[in-house]
Design a protein around this ligand. Structure first.
Ligand code: ADP
Ligand code: ZN
Length: 613
């Protein structure tokens, strides 16, 4: 501990102090410049005191107007802040701006280099000292021994992973390929290079990847994305190279990258700090290796993330991670299966009913459930019981819930009921109007990858054009959730916010962009895009008079209100079905589209449906 502390302190002194000194002296050469905070800099812009602004990658220099010279110094500099509006403001205030010429290798920079080289040598020596004891020096950093984890035989099979049948089904092809690569090559078929497992933490993504390796009986290389991005410049890229080299040497095999978002975040347009650049070098190297390696050798890359939305699109392009598999939170049946897997080696008491445990644990993922079983076993052992009883499970579940409540992942019965009705409303409307996509699945599993519950609709065909009535039908589906809440509870919740936003967007586009409002006629009114700074002085779309804006608003309102009435009518007529579907949802958490359509077509009043209990 103290050694490490000393190390950090010395780095600070040796690395940053001289850097600061050099930086200061560089600025001392231009005594007319004053350093000011960014907020003051903005004030100068707003007060029209600047003549010209020069931007470079880290700082912004502002030349003051001549009349300001006596009061303040001739120019000011400030450290750049991520401020997308800056250019717009500069244009608005008519201030000249330009980028600084690329670094011209002035004396400051040479000095920097002169000091930098001995610094590097020193760092190498320090690292050797630190690592000497463990036998791994700086020279072997690129070998990625520290974080790379190799398993010749994971011993994990598909039987160990439960509640993710769809994902398993999709991965079977990968296993088959790893076992018989020749079979696929013979016909010239293309094998997926990269499979991306998407889902919340603890749902079994790593376990699934291991199971694929175990089923195919191939070695499993795994590394965590965060393991790539640390330490010195260039190490991440070297690790990637090394990982692929080792993988190819041991083919067929699986290379698994956990938390790929740590390396794979969208690359910034203009990197601000060095840390980003290092990560981006690593990502670029990963892309290069992915393009370079040959699946025919039997190397399959798998990766896991719980934040697919932040990944760089380049990673997801065909030929890279183009196969995506969702590993979402398990539903009640899935939880039951997972519990069974983990209870296999646990001695259960007589009264233990796994079904009840599954019903008591909505929102729990596989890792949480594994924990519950383990905790229950420990609790039973502590009091010297022969077998694990239901009371032990109850206590373990309560502890689990308390933990999840802290992370805000548990929802109350009432919330669950509201969401069930809300989603049933969407689904029922979707099945009742002709222009909406068919419902694929309704789910109320708490806090999955999709927010709260979701109703998944699949388009039946690829569409390029939408008619007015189809747009109105989509609008109706969006309002279906809110209206179901109104009808059943006589009360509305905040859960519909996103739906309403999207509904309003559709109605706005209908009036402003598609000319679909009778009153406004076939015209477009401003294309809705925010004007960009380069639009100034050009056409930014017509300026709308207040009167026209008002008319647009009232047309949008009319579309939404009319649809609201229509949806209310649909759901009021289907109140019984709404209840049947919502109750089924509460019971099973997931209802498939076919089941839904069966309920709708059966048209049975609710009293008869409820009898078996
Ligand atoms: P992730 O990679 O998605 O964060 P892990 O695969 O690391 O999740 O899961 C952690 C542990 O939780 C596993 O080792 C296993 O014991 C348990 N677990 C998670 N999901 C499942 C599942 N679907 N079936 C059985 N066990 C699971
Ligand atoms: Zn909704």
């Amino acid at each position: 501990m103290t050694k490490r502390y000393f190390y950090n302190i010395s780095i600070l002194f040796l690395f940053f102090l001289p850097a600061l000194a050099i930086h200061q002296s560089a600025h001392a050469a231009f005594p007319v410049t004053e350093r000011i905070p960014y907020s003051d800099f903005k004030k100068l812009i707003q007060e029209d005191k600047l003549e010209e602004v020069i931007l470079d990658s880290l700082t912004i220099k502002g030349i003051l107007k001549a009349e300001e010279w006596q009061k303040v110094k001739k120019s000011v500099t400030t450290v750049k802040v991520d401020d997308p509006d800056l250019i717009k403001e500069l244009v608005a205030h008519n201030i000249k701006f330009s980028a600084a010429a690329p670094a011209n290798g002035g004396w400051q920079q040479n000095l920097f280099l002169l000091w930098f080289i001995p610094m590097i040598i020193f760092l190498i020596m320090m690292t050797r000292l630190r690592r000497g004891a463990t036998g791994a020096g700086l020279m072997s950093i690129g070998k990625s021994r520290a974080n790379l984890y190799i398993d010749k035989d994971t011993g994990v099979t598909f039987d160990d992973v439960a509640g993710v049948d769809e994902a398993k089904e999709e991965l079977k092809e990968v296993i088959d390929y790893l076992q018989n690569p020749q079979k696929y090559q013979r016909l010239g078929g293309k094998i997926p290079k990269g499979v991306l497992l998407v889902g919340p933490t603890g749902t079994g993504k790593t376990l699934l990847a291991k199971a694929v390796a175990g089923e195919a009986k191939v070695p499993f290389f795994s590394i965590s994305g965060s393991g790539f991005v640390e330490m010195f410049v260039g190490v991440g890229a070297a690790r990637v190279r090394d990982l692929f080299a080792q993988g190819q040497a041991k083919a067929p095999c699986i290379i698994f990258i956990d938390e790929i978002d740590a390396v794979g975040k969208v690359r910034a347009a203009a990197p601000i700090s060095g840390g980003h650049e290092e990560r981006e070098n690593t990502l670029n190297q990963l892309l290069v290796e992915m393009d370079g390696f040959d699946t025919r050798k039997g190397v399959i890359l798998m990766a896991a993330t719980n934040r697919p939305e932040i990944l760089d699109p380049a990673l997801l392009r065909p030929g890279r991670f183009d196969r995506h598999i969702l590993v979402d939170r398990p539903d009640i049946k899935g939880r039951e299966e997972i519990l069974k897997v983990h209870c296999k080696n646990v001695k259960l008491g007589k009264g233990v009913d796994i079904k009840i445990i599954a019903a008591r644990t909505p929102g729990f993922v596989g890792a949480d459930l594994a924990n519950v079983v383990n905790e229950a076993a420990l609790l039973a052992a502590r009091v010297g019981n022969e077998a694990v009883g239901m009371d032990n499970f109850e206590e373990a579940i309560n502890r689990g819930i308390a933990g999840l409540e802290k992370k805000k992942r548990v929802m109350s019965k009432k919330e669950q009921e509201i969401i069930a009705y809300h989603e049933s409303g969407h689904a029922l409307v979707a099945e009742s109007v002709p222009g909406a996509d068919k419902v694929h699945r309704i789910s109320i599993i708490p806090r999955g990858i999709a927010a709260l519950g979701y109703t998944l609709q699949l388009p039946t065909e690829d569409r390029y054009l939408l008619t007015r009535s189809e747009l109105l039908d989509r609008l109706a589906v969006l309002l279906g959730g809110r209206v179901a809440e109104e009808i059943h509870f006589n009360e509305i919740s905040t859960g519909a916010q996103n739906d309403l936003e999207r509904a309003t967007d559709i109605a706005l586009s209908m009036v402003r962009e598609y000319g679909m409002s009778e009153k406004m006629g076939p015209m477009t009114f401003q294309n809705g895009k925010k004007p960009q700074f380069w639009d100034i002085g050009f056409r930014t779309g017509r300026e709308l008079s207040e009167e026209v804006s008002k008319e647009i608003d009232s047309e949008v309102k009319k579309i939404i209100f009319d649809t609201h009435v229509r949806v209310k009518d649909i759901l009021a007529k289907n109140k019984d079905r709404l209840q049947i579907i919502a109750k089924l949802l509460m019971e099973k958490e997931v209802v498939e589209g076919d089941e839904l359509r069966k309920i709708i077509s059966e048209n049975i009043p609710i009293q008869k449906k409820e009898s078996p209990a």
